[in-house]
Design a protein around this ligand. Sequence first.
Ligand code: PEP
Ligand code: MG
Length: 326
Amino acid sequence: LNNRFLEEQSLPAITLDGEHISLLLNAGLELNTQQNSAHICDGVGLYRTEAWFMQKGQFPSQQEQEKWYREVLSSYYPNPVVMRTLDIGGDKVLDYFNITEENPFLGWRGIRISLDHPELFLDQLKAMLKANIGLGNLKIMLPMISGTDEVEESLALYNQAYYELSETFPEQLIEKPDIGIMLEVPSSVFMLPEWSRKVDFCSVGSNDLTQYLLAVDRANARVADLFNPYHPAVLRVLNNIASECEHYELPFSLCGELGGDPEGAILLIAMGYRRLSMNLSSLNKVKWVLRRLNVSDMEQLLSECLAQPNAKQVLRLTRNFMIEHQ
Ligand code: PEP
Ligand code: MG
């Protein structure tokens, strides 16, 4: 079966009716294996910087970070790499940075830590901007944004990083890449009318968005059955995000695990998503499946799925659809 997927890995991800879908990679540490994969994807839609921080014994210096980021950017050049600023807290901890909380997923996580430690955030942003000199394929993304103050404070620090660097290195041409936010906290979904004017793009983190919409810990095996992104409520939210982003002309993508399931990818494409970021192991399979389908048929399927009472029914319909259409 895998061979069948491999045969088409270098072909573009185009549906039968001619819609081009950008398939991007979720990446973190595995640079060596990922390097060989640069030609089968359209770039990196989520680069999880914390994975590298987790291997260190202390916070890496700005110089060390710059070197690492440059290696990542070069590997995929000229395709874009969306680097996410440090997203620790929750289930991701650093041995050298103590966070003890009763409710880590609702606690000090992601952008909250970066804004409480602007020295770390500025270091990371400067390292990214410097790594991008002469390349220009960097985009920056902020995790766990829940309120307007966080957007504004982050942008202010981003400006500060940019101006300080430009002053320190007046002879260098430092670019100011697009900056975007993750949509993974339910409140963010309702702020798109305002935030679409402040940021350059957004990407849905369906893992956390599902966890917070359904109040189900994504890492707790006891409630794993309830953690289901095919819950009609989650699908309706994802559908609304696509409509809002289209309305406000904010470029959008999705980088949670859902986009790496063929069933999920089909429903997302029907909603209007044209950029999906996923693990390497999903990429060829998703490409193979969508090259055999029409978007118009997927849209028909979606309207039926959105009216289902539960995830089980949604998945039954979607799997039948896949069997019927290939
Ligand atoms: C997500 O929450 O969907 C996401 C892509 O980020 P992470 O899995 O790293 O939290
Ligand atoms: Mg997340």
